[in-house]
Write a new protein. Structure first.
Lengths: 125, 319
């Protein structure tokens, strides 16, 4: 069975929603999320972005390095589980990266996840 | 008074799974053995998908389980080798799907190649590379399934808890290889539809570290001896062994530390052994049963429920 065969109904999106941490800014506009930092821009579908953020939080940001579609990376520095700093980066050049305390990242991602939800968004589990 | 087992709710995306928990005798429970059916556990409606949960731990290694009805939307750079087994669900339709995993450069996300195989084989996510199960080259065209189009797969990962000194993928002689073996199918597995696993890695960087274990071929091999141990994975100070048996030789197996058995195929019937080697109970395993064996205890395969060969995976510390 092809998972794309029966697609979810197109969701209804409201206006753009924004969030930023340090030099990294995130914007959900309809079905797309755009991430900007250091003159770099990348993007991916809102659905994939939200699912991935949820998983990062569910794993306590303790997954080591994770790469999103589009090249945005979240990297738990030092000990992959116990490390207390998290690096945001966008793969490629020029370098776009910044390190934040883990707790600050946790709070930021949790709030952004809530703010970026759209009407009818459902976290399937 | 006989206690009635309570029917547990099942997630709708697991509705077609075959869930048949095995049985552990009361004597076994008293001596510290415990039994959990992974399919039953994983079909819990409240279980979050794509969240790995540790269900077995030996020294510096763990076995985690996860379910999924959507592809993974991120790649992961693991900090030790991971052995990934998409575990059969018992439903022919689901178990026939193609399982495709990409390995990527951890710094550039360049795709280094793909594994493509079937449910029931083991693939290695080598340390230092990014692995991405279900990676899509054109994700923008993907729409998530909805309602009855959703079905869950069940996946297990054997890996380290943190960075370890020993990573098998970095060794000259690895447990996993890149070639599918030629073998004759034992009559007990004649109804298995075995999909060949392929590893297509043009990149030398990935080819050096990648590998898969053709688990279904090893189980179904006509020339395989009963009760013979084949190591199918090594992480840190532990190993993952395969034993196939119909209960002929009745060899005794034991580990110094705590260990775990996973029912992979068939219905193995076990005699449980106390530290002094004396029988202390029985376990009738079914597919996806996870049996915890206390330190210094062991087991013996005495037969099978259907008279055919059965297969178990044994997670234990290195002897």
């Amino acid at each position: 069975m092809n998972a794309t065969a029966v697609a979810a109904k197109d969701p209804k999106f409201e206006g753009p929603v924004k969030a930023s941490l340090g030099g990294f800014s995130f914007e959900r506009r309809g079905a797309e999320v755009t991430i900007q930092a250091g003159g770099r821009t990348t993007g991916l579908s809102s659905h994939m972005f939200m699912r991935t953020i949820y998983r990062m939080l569910a794993h306590g940001l303790a997954l080591g390095k994770s790469i999103f579609y589009g090249g945005f990376c979240l990297h738990n520095l030092g000990d992959p589980v116990q490390g207390q700093e998290v690096k945001f980066s966008i793969l490629g050049s020029p370098t776009a990266e910044e390190v934040f305390p883990k707790e600050e990242v946790r709070r930021f991602l949790t709030q952004m996840y809530e703010d970026f939800k759209w009407d009818g968004y459902e976290e399937w589990y | 008074m006989e206690l009635q087992k309570q029917e547990l709710p099942i997630h709708p995306a697991c509705r077609v799974w075959s869930i048949r928990p095995g049985r552990l005798s009361a004597e076994g429970r008293r001596t510290g053995f415990s039994l959990l059916n992974i399919r039953e556990w994983a079909s819990n409606p409240k279980l979050l998908e794509h969240r790995l949960t540790i269900l077995a731990e030996v020294r510096d290694a763990v076995i985690e389980f996860v379910t999924a009805s959507e592809p993974l939307y991120f790649g992961h750079v693991n900090y030790g080798d991971e052995y990934n087994l998409v575990f059969p669900t018992g439903h022919h339709g689901i178990d026939a799907i193609e399982v495709r995993t990409a390995l990527l450069d951890a710094d550039t996300a360049e795709v280094l190649g793909f594994y493509s195989g079937g449910v029931g084989d083991i693939i290695v996510h080598p340390v230092g590379l990014c692995h991405w199960p279900g990676y899509m080259s054109k994700p923008e065209f993907f729409r998530p399934p909805s309602g009855p189009a959703r079905f869950r797969i069940l996946s297990m990962v054997y890996c380290s808890k943190g960075a370890v000194k020993y990573n098998d993928s970095a060794q000259e002689k690895k447990t996993a290889g890149l070639e599918w073996p030629s073998f004759e199918v034992h009559p007990d597995f004649a109804d298995w539809k075995i999909r060949e696993c392929k590893a297509d890695f043009p990149s030398e960087k990935a080819r050096k570290r990648a590998g898969f274990v053709p688990l279904r071929a090893l189980v179904a091999d006509k020339n395989r001896k009963e009760d013979e141990i084949t190591t199918v994975g090594r992480v840190g100070e532990t190993r993952w062994d395969l034993i196939v048996s119909a209960g002929g030789p009745k060899k005794a197996f034991a580990s110094g530390g705590r260990s775990y058995l996973i029912g992979y195929a068939g219905q193995p019937r076990l005699e449980l052994l106390a530290p002094d080697g004396a029988p202390c109970g029985t376990a009738d395993l079914e597919e996806a049963d996870l049996l915890e064996i206390p330190a210094s205890c062991g087991f013996r395969i005495t037969g099978t429920g259907n008279g055919k060969r059965s297969a178990i995976l044994w997670f234990r510390e290195n002897p």
